[in-house]
Design a protein around this ligand. Sequence first.
Ligand code: P6P
Length: 337
Amino acid sequence: MSRRVSLTQYLVEQERQHGRIPAQLRLLIEVVARACKRIAISVNKGALGDVLGSAGSENVQGEVQKKLDVISNEVLIEANEWGGHLAAMASEEMDSIHGVPHRYPQGEYLLLFDPLDGSSNIDVNVSIGTIFSVLRKVGHARGVSEEDFLQPGKHQAAAGYCVYGPQTTLVLTVGDGVAMFTLDREQGSFVLTEENLTIPEDTQEFAVNMSNQRHWAPPVVRYIDECLAGKDGPRGKDFNMRWVGSMVADVHRLLMRGGVFLYPWDQREPDKPGKLRLMYEANPMAFLVEQAGGLASNGQARIMGLVPSKLHERTSVVLGSKNEVERVVDYHRSALP
Ligand code: P6P
């Protein structure tokens, strides 16, 4: 079997051929990938290591932190502080940004992450993952503030996730398509297993938490009802449903075989635009999905066009196969007064 291309070789060749991965960004991606390998080791310990259960604390979202949430966050912080590629980091698990300590050189990038997405699945051995987004620090003033992070997703320099499932898989974009790397545990490195991932424009599979159905806005009720009506309904075809409860796992599936993922606004907390976080869940996934030929919307507007007003802002999410997302957006548009 021919030798597989490692993540390092892929990044070096991308830089040589396309000049899209400056040295600092290449280092950032390699450091994040190495951190994901360390997180995978902790995740894979399960009951054999002191890593399951609650950490006995809450995060800024008011959610109970799992031990692995805290461990994963610390792994990413420690791995990224010293390399000179970052100015600061932001995490779902931290109230405010984390500047690179002054004893280390400052870099030009900002790193945002959900260190372990899908925490409710940790203790029941269902796939979870790390999501990350990379922005450039605008301006050259020394020091960094939360305002430096408040950029629309279309300004991302890179985005990706690592899913800790039957395989440990890193999926990455730097704005030139989507590549997938699988962890070769014998070598201890990520190797290229898919390049130019493409999402089919049509699908017969949707992902949504159906238990929220009575709370949705009419356009989402209409879209899902038509999917459920199947071939005898207005869509003229049957649909399948999947809901893992880990965005990483649900998005990975639709990147691999098509599908549409929805976490829409609902009336339970009408002032909240949605459950998922814009900057370190929706934006990185939207970048990957768009780079794979799909669409990512909040129901009315392109997710990557949204200008955030605060770090932990939430959004409604509809993303995946182009023609399905367009249909959901059309239903929202035709429901307007
Ligand atoms: P629910 C995990 O907590 C998460 O943020 C996403 O990964 C996932 O898609 C969603 O929430 C699941 O939410 O309400 O179905 O538990």
